[in-house]
Design a protein around this ligand. Sequence first.
Ligand code: MTE
Length: 316
Amino acid sequence: MANVIIRPDWYLPESAVTPESTYRNRRQFIKSLGLGVGLGSGLLAHDASAAVTAAQNLKLYPGKRNAKYNPNFRPTPHQWGTGYNNFYEFSTDKFQVQRLVGGFRTEPWPITIGGLCKKPFKMDAQDMVAKFGVEERVYRFRCVEGWGMILPWSGFSLRRLIELAEPTKEAKFVKFTTAMVPAQMPGIARLPQYPWPYTEGLRIAEAMHDLTFVATGMYGKPLLKQNGAPLRLVVPWKYGYKSIKSIVKIEFVAKQPKTLWNTLSAVEYPFESNVDPAKPHPRWSQASEEMKGMNGLRVRTLKYNGYGAVAGLYRR
Ligand code: MTE
């Protein structure tokens, strides 16, 4: 195609890079409030009614930008990040999702953490934000469909949450589940053949990797509903469908969990799903991607989406 420019390696034009200092004034990383929910004994007595509200947590955003993670990339324009969404519980039309999330209630939002662990617990999403604080990380994001974005997330490493639960050595995988509220999610009824609720999974070592992020915000503010409020996963070296939205349950399990896309088609959506330009999707190439919001700019896709630091997880 004449108008498609394939650049060598990961390429960002000069105009896409903004010096950190000019991007935004950043607040100091807010110290964790340490809510002390008593994680000591069996299933928590904590009743999951939130001690902190989303409004009270507003002051924590965007959090200090983490200089380790692409701090100088200029994010994809806001209207693309928040207006071009995959959230099938609402719609398969990416431009419509933002218009259909109005009735979705994201507060209170109790999350259950359990399964093969010594200290299962239940905690509201806003209490997690208050407990862990948020930092900002700018990550590349690569959808399996062949497009990419650069997104400034706010949140915390999943590892910190996992450490609270103390998984046992039998726990080999982590399974994540999205809320399923058909009355508030009009897309569910339109896809009755889908194995709802939306589920995803990671190997425990992948889940513990520092890059694996629990996002509670984007573009310096709390997550919008179309992006998976109040809390979602972001696994930047894997295709976007692994980054499950609006999580209500996290379970430690011994066997590879069934996941929604993998159940629909294991060939098209393998469990591991690391970004790999050399491995085409059965129906299209994965060698390049369109950077959304950049006038059709097409760049070469990088192995692990450019996050080669994870390669050690896959040496067999
Ligand atoms: N999580 C849920 N619960 N439902 C979904 O449909 N879509 C996935 C992922 N997480 C999806 C989901 C896909 S395919 C992608 S590309 C990303 O969310 C899109 O995230 P974004 O809309 O914030 O860009």
